[in-house]
Design a protein around this ligand. Structure first.
Ligand code: MG
Length: 399
């Protein structure tokens, strides 16, 4: 007998810094359900409405086996397609259907994709601080735990110790100085490299905060540091500048967390403008498009480094890991370091041991949710501040 989609629900919860959206797809088979990540943390309620009012009603009663068919229909059913809200809503259902298929087969998702190429996924952790000495201390603390890849930042993205004065009446906002950022970050990375030696892999995230011509110079300036990769050097709006970056620098590049549309990752892959594709899997629409992108990466000699910040839900992290274990193109996985509450709320959450992320071993995505505990931690609907970015002269700029 065909197993069908009986109910589609959204669970909103906030166990840590970021609000999370999880989709639960219940089936006609009692007790059989799947979970998917639909977390677009800055617009959670828009995603919830898209799931509950649009994507959910569309897929109700459909055969749970038809993941590809369901994905294709969900993407064009509203005629206007893609975008972070719709893609995340579709991802919630898509990942849940992969989870269900794995549970039916008694296999983890990586077995459904073709079986694993590795037992566990190497991860990179974050080190951040106010001074080079403080950052170095954190890098070494990670290394002492067996971590071999560390993303090095000072005051997160572009925060410098002081700012030139803005004109009177300038708007409030998240100010940063791109010139001081470049200067201080180069000094930081040189310091850390000198302190930790050549073996540790160092990464850095520009977060698209430089004017394109400054970005070209920055990639060049960082060459002697020997980064594993430089992350999001340019915004999606400025991708053509990558050609110029490639012409003058060998610094490896990783990019893609803001991508919405397949043409974006196809273009950078075909032109070999980057070395690592690092899309946000729920933002691109789930496992169904992500596995195709991983194959695209492999075809063009690129690797994957799926986005893995705290605003990817634990369910999304479990999905990332399934892709990592399977794909021959896997490079490294960003890992956020979950809290005890995260582990309690999401039984089966993957765990890092000696620098490698291990799956729970359960079927499907291998992760569950304690809904009672989730309900005790409702989302906090704050207006987002860090994206209200401004340059020293007071003008608004992309975050
Ligand atoms: Mg990033």
């Amino acid at each position: 007998m065909t197993t069908t989609i009986a109910n589609v629900r959204v669970i909103l919860t906030q166990p840590g810094s970021a609000g999370l959206a999880i989709v639960k797809v219940e089936t006609s088979e009692p007790g059989l359900y799947g979970l998917g990540c639909a977390t677009f943390t800055q617009r959670l309620h828009a995603v919830a409405a898209a799931v509950e009012r649009h994507v959910g009603p569309l897929v109700l009663g459909r055969d749970v086996a038809r993941i590809e068919d369901t994905w294709q229909q969900a993407m064009v059913n509203g005629y206007w397609r893609n975008g972070p809200v719709l893609n995340n809503a579709i991802s919630g259902v898509d990942q849940a259907l992969w989870d269900i298929k794995g549970k039916q087969a008694g296999m983890p998702v990586h077995d459904l994709l073709g079986g694993r190429c590795r037992e566990a996924a190497q991860v990179y952790r974050h080190a951040d601080g106010a001074t080079p000495a403080e950052v170095t201390e954190k890098v070494l603390a990670h290394a002492a735990q067996g971590i071999r890849f560390v993303r090095v930042q000072q005051r997160l993205y572009g925060g410098s110790s002081s700012l030139p004065p803005a004109p009177p009446g300038a708007m409030p906002g998240a100010y940063y100085d791109p010139d001081a950022y470049r200067r201080e970050t180069l000094a930081l990375l040189e310091h850390v490299r000198a302190e930790v030696g050549p073996d540790l892999h160092l990464l850095h995230d520009v977060h698209e905060r430089l004017a394109p011509s400054d970005a070209v110079q920055f990639a060049r300036d960082l060459e002697p540091v020997g980064l594993y990769f430089l992350e999001d050097l340019l915004a999606p709006e400025d991708l053509e500048w990558l050609e110029r970056v490639r012409a003058v620098s060998t610094t490896p590049l990783a990019l893609g967390e803001l991508f919405n549309h397949p043409s974006e990752w196809r273009t950078v892959a075909e032109r070999r403008w980057v070395d690592f594709l690092r899309m946000h899997v729920s933002q691109m629409g789930g496992i169904t498009p992500a596995r195709k992108a991983a194959d695209l990466a492999h075809t063009y000699g690129l690797r994957t480094a799926w986005h893995g910040p705290p605003d990817t839900s634990p369910v999304g992290h479990a999905a990332n890991l399934q892709l990592d274990l399977w794909s021959p193109a896997f490079g490294v996985q960003e890992w956020y370091g979950p809290s005890e509450l995260d582990h309690a709320m999401f039984p089966g959450l993957p765990e890092v041991r000696d620098g490698y992320l291990h799956p729970s071993g359960g079927p499907g995505l291998g992760i569950d949710i304690d809904e009672t505990l989730a309900a005790q931690h409702p989302v906090r609907d704050d207006v987002v501040g860090w994206t209200q970015a401004r340059l020293p002269d007071g003008s608004p700029v992309r975050p």
